[in-house]
Unconditional design. Structure first.
Length: 256
Protein backbone atom coordinates (compact mmCIF):
# COMPACT_ATOMS: atom_id res chain seq x y z
CA UNK A 1 0.00 0.00 0.00
CA UNK A 2 2.97 2.33 0.42
CA UNK A 3 3.69 4.87 -2.29
CA UNK A 4 6.93 6.40 -0.97
CA UNK A 5 10.05 5.20 0.81
CA UNK A 6 9.79 5.00 4.59
CA UNK A 7 12.69 7.37 5.05
CA UNK A 8 10.48 10.37 4.28
CA UNK A 9 8.41 9.64 7.36
CA UNK A 10 11.42 9.85 9.64
CA UNK A 11 12.56 13.22 8.31
CA UNK A 12 12.65 15.79 11.10
CA UNK A 13 11.80 18.56 8.64
CA UNK A 14 8.35 17.18 7.94
CA UNK A 15 5.31 16.94 10.15
CA UNK A 16 3.67 13.53 10.08
CA UNK A 17 -0.01 12.96 10.83
CA UNK A 18 -1.94 9.73 11.28
CA UNK A 19 -5.64 10.10 10.46
CA UNK A 20 -7.78 7.11 11.48
CA UNK A 21 -11.09 7.10 9.57
CA UNK A 22 -10.09 9.12 6.51
CA UNK A 23 -12.49 7.90 3.82
CA UNK A 24 -14.94 10.82 3.95
CA UNK A 25 -16.25 13.72 6.00
CA UNK A 26 -13.94 15.34 8.54
CA UNK A 27 -11.22 12.68 8.18
CA UNK A 28 -10.97 13.08 4.41
CA UNK A 29 -10.83 16.86 4.83
CA UNK A 30 -7.88 16.49 7.22
CA UNK A 31 -6.04 14.54 4.52
CA UNK A 32 -6.84 17.13 1.84
CA UNK A 33 -5.68 20.08 3.91
CA UNK A 34 -2.58 18.36 5.26
CA UNK A 35 -1.55 17.35 1.74
CA UNK A 36 -1.95 20.97 0.63
CA UNK A 37 0.32 22.07 3.50
CA UNK A 38 3.07 19.69 2.44
CA UNK A 39 2.79 17.44 5.51
CA UNK A 40 3.21 13.67 5.52
CA UNK A 41 0.07 11.64 6.16
CA UNK A 42 -0.69 8.09 7.15
CA UNK A 43 -4.41 7.61 6.54
CA UNK A 44 -6.62 4.63 7.31
CA UNK A 45 -9.82 3.50 5.66
CA UNK A 46 -11.97 0.42 6.12
CA UNK A 47 -12.65 -0.39 2.50
CA UNK A 48 -10.02 0.96 0.10
CA UNK A 49 -12.11 -0.12 -2.87
CA UNK A 50 -15.31 1.61 -1.75
CA UNK A 51 -16.14 4.43 -4.18
CA UNK A 52 -15.86 7.18 -1.56
CA UNK A 53 -12.54 5.84 -0.23
CA UNK A 54 -10.95 5.20 -3.61
CA UNK A 55 -11.24 8.92 -4.42
CA UNK A 56 -8.69 9.52 -1.69
CA UNK A 57 -6.41 6.80 -3.02
CA UNK A 58 -6.34 8.60 -6.34
CA UNK A 59 -5.55 11.89 -4.67
CA UNK A 60 -2.80 10.40 -2.53
CA UNK A 61 -1.21 8.69 -5.49
CA UNK A 62 -1.16 11.88 -7.54
CA UNK A 63 0.46 13.88 -4.77
CA UNK A 64 3.94 12.38 -4.95
CA UNK A 65 2.78 9.73 -2.52
CA UNK A 66 2.94 11.91 0.57
CA UNK A 67 -0.11 10.08 1.85
CA UNK A 68 0.29 6.43 2.74
CA UNK A 69 -2.88 4.41 3.01
CA UNK A 70 -3.63 1.54 5.36
CA UNK A 71 -6.68 -0.49 6.27
CA UNK A 72 -8.06 -0.32 9.78
CA UNK A 73 -11.51 -1.19 11.10
CA UNK A 74 -11.75 0.01 14.68
CA UNK A 75 -14.58 -2.45 15.35
CA UNK A 76 -12.02 -5.25 15.13
CA UNK A 77 -9.16 -5.67 17.59
CA UNK A 78 -7.41 -7.87 15.02
CA UNK A 79 -7.62 -5.11 12.41
CA UNK A 80 -6.26 -2.51 14.86
CA UNK A 81 -3.38 -4.79 15.89
CA UNK A 82 -2.54 -5.63 12.26
CA UNK A 83 -2.51 -1.96 11.30
CA UNK A 84 -0.32 -0.93 14.24
CA UNK A 85 2.11 -3.77 13.59
CA UNK A 86 2.41 -2.64 9.96
CA UNK A 87 3.54 0.76 11.29
CA UNK A 88 6.11 -0.74 13.65
CA UNK A 89 8.15 -2.13 10.76
CA UNK A 90 8.61 1.32 9.20
CA UNK A 91 12.11 2.39 10.06
CA UNK A 92 12.53 5.48 12.27
CA UNK A 93 8.87 6.41 12.05
CA UNK A 94 7.76 9.28 14.27
CA UNK A 95 4.20 10.56 14.32
CA UNK A 96 3.64 14.17 15.35
CA UNK A 97 -0.16 14.04 15.47
CA UNK A 98 -2.64 11.16 15.61
CA UNK A 99 -6.29 12.04 14.92
CA UNK A 100 -8.69 9.29 15.97
CA UNK A 101 -11.59 10.52 13.88
CA UNK A 102 -13.62 7.40 13.00
CA UNK A 103 -17.08 7.43 14.51
CA UNK A 104 -20.71 6.51 13.93
CA UNK A 105 -24.15 7.91 14.58
CA UNK A 106 -27.10 5.67 13.75
CA UNK A 107 -30.02 7.99 14.24
CA UNK A 108 -32.29 7.70 16.17
CA UNK A 109 -30.95 5.87 19.24
CA UNK A 110 -33.13 6.35 22.30
CA UNK A 111 -32.50 4.82 25.73
CA UNK A 112 -36.17 3.84 25.91
CA UNK A 113 -36.09 2.06 22.54
CA UNK A 114 -32.62 1.05 21.35
CA UNK A 115 -31.56 -2.56 21.11
CA UNK A 116 -28.62 -4.10 22.97
CA UNK A 117 -26.78 -4.32 19.64
CA UNK A 118 -27.43 -0.70 18.65
CA UNK A 119 -26.06 0.53 21.95
CA UNK A 120 -23.07 -1.81 21.74
CA UNK A 121 -22.36 -0.70 18.16
CA UNK A 122 -22.00 2.94 19.25
CA UNK A 123 -19.88 2.06 22.27
CA UNK A 124 -17.63 -0.28 20.29
CA UNK A 125 -17.04 2.24 17.49
CA UNK A 126 -16.97 5.55 19.35
CA UNK A 127 -15.40 4.53 22.66
CA UNK A 128 -13.61 1.18 22.67
CA UNK A 129 -12.16 1.32 19.14
CA UNK A 130 -10.46 4.73 19.48
CA UNK A 131 -9.14 4.03 22.99
CA UNK A 132 -7.71 0.63 22.05
CA UNK A 133 -6.18 2.07 18.86
CA UNK A 134 -4.43 4.76 20.95
CA UNK A 135 -3.36 2.16 23.51
CA UNK A 136 -1.82 -0.11 20.84
CA UNK A 137 0.02 2.85 19.28
CA UNK A 138 1.35 3.93 22.69
CA UNK A 139 2.60 0.39 23.35
CA UNK A 140 4.95 0.60 20.35
CA UNK A 141 8.31 2.37 20.27
CA UNK A 142 6.99 4.92 17.76
CA UNK A 143 7.46 8.45 19.17
CA UNK A 144 4.03 10.15 19.23
CA UNK A 145 3.59 13.86 19.91
CA UNK A 146 -0.17 14.30 20.30
CA UNK A 147 -3.20 12.02 20.17
CA UNK A 148 -6.49 13.76 19.35
CA UNK A 149 -9.81 12.01 19.98
CA UNK A 150 -12.75 13.29 17.94
CA UNK A 151 -15.35 13.71 20.63
CA UNK A 152 -18.57 15.75 20.46
CA UNK A 153 -20.57 18.34 22.33
CA UNK A 154 -23.15 15.54 22.63
CA UNK A 155 -20.76 13.77 25.03
CA UNK A 156 -20.52 16.67 27.46
CA UNK A 157 -22.12 16.05 30.85
CA UNK A 158 -21.61 19.63 32.02
CA UNK A 159 -23.51 20.96 29.00
CA UNK A 160 -26.15 18.23 28.71
CA UNK A 161 -28.07 18.68 25.45
CA UNK A 162 -31.56 17.71 26.55
CA UNK A 163 -33.13 18.51 23.19
CA UNK A 164 -31.03 15.86 21.41
CA UNK A 165 -33.81 13.29 21.13
CA UNK A 166 -32.48 10.11 19.53
CA UNK A 167 -28.85 10.64 20.56
CA UNK A 168 -28.67 8.53 23.75
CA UNK A 169 -26.24 5.85 22.56
CA UNK A 170 -24.13 8.33 20.59
CA UNK A 171 -23.91 10.79 23.49
CA UNK A 172 -23.15 8.04 26.00
CA UNK A 173 -20.40 6.66 23.76
CA UNK A 174 -18.73 10.08 23.42
CA UNK A 175 -19.10 10.73 27.15
CA UNK A 176 -17.45 7.38 27.89
CA UNK A 177 -14.73 8.24 25.38
CA UNK A 178 -14.12 11.50 27.26
CA UNK A 179 -13.71 9.70 30.57
CA UNK A 180 -11.42 7.01 29.17
CA UNK A 181 -9.18 9.54 27.41
CA UNK A 182 -8.90 11.62 30.59
CA UNK A 183 -7.70 8.51 32.37
CA UNK A 184 -5.28 7.86 29.52
CA UNK A 185 -3.84 11.37 29.94
CA UNK A 186 -3.53 10.91 33.72
CA UNK A 187 -1.88 7.49 33.31
CA UNK A 188 0.67 8.89 30.85
CA UNK A 189 1.47 11.79 33.20
CA UNK A 190 2.16 9.30 36.01
CA UNK A 191 4.57 7.48 33.68
CA UNK A 192 6.31 10.73 32.64
CA UNK A 193 5.22 10.01 29.08
CA UNK A 194 4.99 13.33 27.25
CA UNK A 195 2.46 12.32 24.59
CA UNK A 196 -0.32 14.93 24.68
CA UNK A 197 -3.90 13.65 24.85
CA UNK A 198 -6.70 15.95 23.62
CA UNK A 199 -10.46 15.75 23.04
CA UNK A 200 -12.02 17.88 20.29
CA UNK A 201 -15.50 18.98 19.38
CA UNK A 202 -15.35 19.72 15.63
CA UNK A 203 -18.51 21.89 15.53
CA UNK A 204 -21.77 21.06 13.78
CA UNK A 205 -20.21 19.97 10.50
CA UNK A 206 -22.06 19.27 7.25
CA UNK A 207 -21.02 15.66 6.59
CA UNK A 208 -22.86 12.39 5.96
CA UNK A 209 -23.19 11.97 9.74
CA UNK A 210 -24.99 15.28 10.06
CA UNK A 211 -27.26 14.56 7.09
CA UNK A 212 -30.23 13.62 9.27
CA UNK A 213 -33.52 15.34 9.87
CA UNK A 214 -33.77 16.37 13.50
CA UNK A 215 -36.77 18.13 15.06
CA UNK A 216 -34.69 20.92 16.64
CA UNK A 217 -32.90 23.78 14.93
CA UNK A 218 -29.18 23.06 14.51
CA UNK A 219 -27.35 26.34 14.87
CA UNK A 220 -24.04 27.33 13.33
CA UNK A 221 -23.54 24.56 10.78
CA UNK A 222 -20.05 24.80 9.30
CA UNK A 223 -18.26 23.16 6.40
CA UNK A 224 -15.64 20.43 6.86
CA UNK A 225 -13.13 22.91 5.39
CA UNK A 226 -13.73 25.47 8.14
CA UNK A 227 -13.89 22.87 10.92
CA UNK A 228 -10.66 21.16 9.92
CA UNK A 229 -8.59 24.27 9.19
CA UNK A 230 -9.47 25.63 12.62
CA UNK A 231 -8.93 22.27 14.34
CA UNK A 232 -5.44 21.96 12.84
CA UNK A 233 -4.51 25.31 14.44
CA UNK A 234 -6.05 24.33 17.76
CA UNK A 235 -4.28 20.95 17.82
CA UNK A 236 -0.91 22.48 16.96
CA UNK A 237 -1.26 25.16 19.65
CA UNK A 238 -1.40 22.65 22.53
CA UNK A 239 1.48 21.53 24.72
CA UNK A 240 1.95 18.92 27.43
CA UNK A 241 0.30 21.25 29.97
CA UNK A 242 -2.93 20.81 27.98
CA UNK A 243 -2.94 17.02 28.07
CA UNK A 244 -6.33 15.72 29.21
CA UNK A 245 -8.33 18.76 28.05
CA UNK A 246 -11.34 19.23 25.73
CA UNK A 247 -11.44 21.91 23.01
CA UNK A 248 -13.77 23.22 20.33
CA UNK A 249 -12.77 23.94 16.74
CA UNK A 250 -12.81 27.59 17.78
CA UNK A 251 -10.15 26.98 20.45
CA UNK A 252 -12.59 27.36 23.34
CA UNK A 253 -12.15 24.97 26.26
CA UNK A 254 -15.21 22.72 26.47
CA UNK A 255 -16.82 21.41 29.63
CA UNK A 256 -16.51 17.64 30.14
N1 LIG B 1 -20.31 16.02 11.71
C1 LIG B 1 -20.52 16.56 12.90
O1 LIG B 1 -21.28 17.54 13.04
C2 LIG B 1 -19.81 16.03 14.12
C3 LIG B 1 -20.06 16.66 15.35
C4 LIG B 1 -19.41 16.19 16.50
C5 LIG B 1 -18.52 15.13 16.38
N2 LIG B 1 -18.31 14.53 15.18
C6 LIG B 1 -17.37 13.40 15.14
O2 LIG B 1 -16.42 13.61 14.11
C7 LIG B 1 -15.96 12.35 13.59
C8 LIG B 1 -16.08 12.34 12.07
O3 LIG B 1 -17.45 12.52 11.74
P1 LIG B 1 -17.97 12.88 10.28
O4 LIG B 1 -19.00 13.92 10.49
O5 LIG B 1 -16.85 13.12 9.35
O6 LIG B 1 -18.73 11.52 9.95
P2 LIG B 1 -18.88 10.68 8.59
O7 LIG B 1 -18.93 11.60 7.42
O8 LIG B 1 -20.03 9.78 8.84
O9 LIG B 1 -17.51 9.85 8.53
C9 LIG B 1 -17.27 8.88 9.51
C10 LIG B 1 -15.90 8.27 9.26
O10 LIG B 1 -15.66 7.27 10.25
C11 LIG B 1 -15.30 6.06 9.58
N3 LIG B 1 -15.67 4.89 10.36
C12 LIG B 1 -16.89 4.56 10.84
N4 LIG B 1 -16.83 3.37 11.46
C13 LIG B 1 -15.54 2.94 11.38
C14 LIG B 1 -14.84 1.79 11.80
N5 LIG B 1 -15.46 0.78 12.44
N6 LIG B 1 -13.53 1.69 11.53
C15 LIG B 1 -12.88 2.66 10.86
N7 LIG B 1 -13.49 3.77 10.39
C16 LIG B 1 -14.80 3.90 10.65
C17 LIG B 1 -16.05 6.13 8.27
O11 LIG B 1 -15.51 5.18 7.36
P3 LIG B 1 -16.43 4.45 6.21
O12 LIG B 1 -16.44 5.38 5.05
O13 LIG B 1 -15.72 3.17 5.97
O14 LIG B 1 -17.79 4.26 6.81
C18 LIG B 1 -15.82 7.58 7.89
O15 LIG B 1 -14.53 7.77 7.35
C19 LIG B 1 -16.81 11.29 14.28
O16 LIG B 1 -16.11 10.73 15.37
C20 LIG B 1 -18.02 12.07 14.79
O17 LIG B 1 -18.64 11.46 15.90
C21 LIG B 1 -18.93 14.95 14.05
Amino acid sequence: MNQIPDVLYADEDFTTWLIVGASRGIGLEFVRQLLARGDRIIATVREPLATHASALWGQAGSDHGRCQMYKCDILSEESIVNFVSELTVKSNLKIDYVVLNAGVLRYPNRSTEMSFDEFAFHLHTNTIGPIITAQKLLQTNIPIGTIVFMSSDSGSQGNFREMEDGFAAYAASKSALNMALRHMAAELKRKDDDTIILAMHPGEVSTDMANISVPWHVEGIITPEESVSKMISVIQSKGIQHSGTFWTWENKPYIW
